[in-house]
Design a protein around this ligand. Structure first.
Ligand code: HEC
Length: 179
């Protein structure tokens, strides 16, 4: 009967902080961090149909200025992307990327954690799903597979993206001028 030994080994592995679970120095966002997002800089990013996305006008809300060309967003940066088919908050669809830092998402959009948020009728966001491949159970590249080249990383986590910190909206890429 090896159970006591196994539990000891697990306790030691957790206590020593293996690289998967080591969040030292990283920014781990919670629902409260998203709460003020509608007060941040808001940019129109278009309304033409976009592959894999729900229809409607899209906006980006961001809590940091653009870094200089070749630079990266600092740890703690939060970007919320919304699809806003009407003024009614319950119609909104919200996605987010948070610069968590360290070696998080090292094989994709390095340092970025992905989120799918829900929105209350009063306009208060809540975290529905998070991680390397959050799922909203109805598409947008999120459902099911957990490999790093699928889901959000399929578009945001490309190798080419490292030169612009994996940001796909041209107006908030490092070095860009906001309209
Ligand atoms: C089919 C490609 C594709 C997939 C998959 C995708 N995105 Fe995006 N995303 C885009 C594009 C293109 C933009 C640029 C803004 C726009 O046109 O809507 C963008 C913009 C964003 C932004 C604003 C920051 C930026 O890079 O411009 C966030 C936040 C975001 N997406 C989150 C997510 C999350 C979370 C997921 C996974 C649930 C995801 N995206 C999956 C294509 C994609």
């Amino acid at each position: 009967m090896k159970w006591p030994g196994l539990w000891m080994a697990l306790a030691l592995a957790v206590g020593c902080g293996d690289t998967e679970g080591d969040t030292a120095g990283q920014f781990v966002a919670f629902t409260d961090h998203f709460r003020p997002f509608r007060n941040w800089t808001r940019l129109d990013v278009g309304s033409e149909p976009l592959e894999g996305h729900p229809p409607g006008p899209r906006f980006v809300y961001i809590n940091q200025p653009n870094p200089p060309a070749g630079g990266d967003y600092p740890v703690g940066t939060i970007i919320v992307k919304s699809v806003e088919p009407s003024a009614n908050f319950s119609d909104w669809e919200l996605f987010a990327m948070v610069k968590r830092g360290g070696s998080y998402n090292v094989n994709g959009a390095v340092g970025w954690e992905y989120f799918i948020l829900g929105m209350s009728t009063a306009g208060v966001p809540v975290i529905l799903s998070r991680g390397l491949n959050p799922t909203d159970l109805h598409g947008y590249g999120g459902g099911g597979a957990t490999t790093q080249t699928q889901g959000c990383n399929g578009c945001h986590g490309t190798a080419a993206g490292t030169s612009f910190d994996h940001i796909l909206s041209l107006a908030i890429r490092p070095g860009a001028t906001r309209p």
